[in-house]
Ligand binder design. Sequence first.
Ligand code: NDP
Ligand code: MG
Length: 393
Amino acid sequence: MTTLTVLGATGSIGLSTLALVDEHPERFRVTALTAHSRPDALAELALRYRPELTVIGDPRHHRQLQERLAGHGLATAAGEEGLVAAAGLAADCVVAGIVGIAGLAPTMAAVHRGATVALANKECLIAAGHLFRAAVAEHGARLLPVDSEHNALFQALAGSDGRDVEKLTITASGGPFRKASVAEMRAATPEAALRHPNWKMGAKITIDSATMVNKGLELIEAHQLFDLPDERLDVLVHPQSVVHGMVHYQDGSVIAQLGCSDMRVPISYCLGHPERLASSVPRLDLAKLATLSFEPPDPARFPALRVARACLRAGGAAPTILNAADEVAVAAFLDRRIGFLDIVAVIEEVLADLSPPSPTDLAAVFAIDAEARSLAEQAIRMRFPRTVSEPAP
Ligand code: NDP
Ligand code: MG
């Protein structure tokens, strides 16, 4: 029996994880579940999986959660303290499925007790990369990458100590605007940007996929996970999302991982590791697919990759700033306060305005994050003093 805590249980990653638990009730028991602002959805999951602790991140929803769970003998908590307490309970594996830097403190709490962490919450590795890795090493935690490309690389690297690796390739679907003109991208609505061709994911990562900021964050994530420099990390646009990652070895062999675009595949690899769990995900039918195509990303329409590579090379606080500015800009785009192309423009502006020293502890990471957020808000207000939907004066 493996005990499991799911941080971000109500999200896309959280629900995919629980779907795997449903397939293997004899193998998994749920220790803790968390969410942020949806107490009803969380309560429903709590009644079903009966965890030791159920936590709502936003304390304003605690009372509703308590009311929904009254009389069922289920403990609840709220706020960041509650999230950290959930991660600190003695579960064998913690699935880090919170979105954004909000997941950093709880995920770090799991690392600090030496847990196995199935990491979807890539922002931990972007915002606090070196500190996060150092904590994993210091506390003997085990980090298993959930992100499909990194999970693919992790699988394709099995048996290698890394010394025989020439480079790593992660694939990108190209998102909904793979073939769009700049004019179409400029006019893109949140609804259009949220229409991802291949993957069903939360809103933030779906917008990040459309701008390709996600692929940029994933380059930094790959750098942190596999210790290779920028020039040995490659991105290929692969619209079918069948090949997720490839390891190029020094003998000319390339080992790739293939699978349908369903996050239950990489999540189940993490949950079962080192075994493989049986799963009911759709099987690949390559004869039916017939064609797998690959193309380089277009640097003119997707400047996010250049910006993220510069942050990767600069290191220090740059990835922390990139992550914070992106979270603010994506939220502003979803609120229709800025246009689609403004997301990366705002990020670049904040990066240009801020050059704090490299963070040496988590408090410094949170301070840089806060400063970058406030600068991003300022950049949004300066550039867009009125909301996009308001008529011009
Ligand atoms: P979702 O938006 O679907 O879910 C996010 C989860 O986190 C929800 O449970 C949400 O609770 C909770 N949450 C949101 N904000 C906070 C907060 N401030 N404090 C605590 N909890 C919070 O996101 P995804 O599942 O799509 O993504 C989760 C992570 O996994 C992201 O880092 C993403 O980049 C990564 N990832 C996701 C993939 C996917 O296929 N979805 C693929 C690869 C990586 P509530 O429902 O109450 O709001
Ligand atoms: Mg990914």
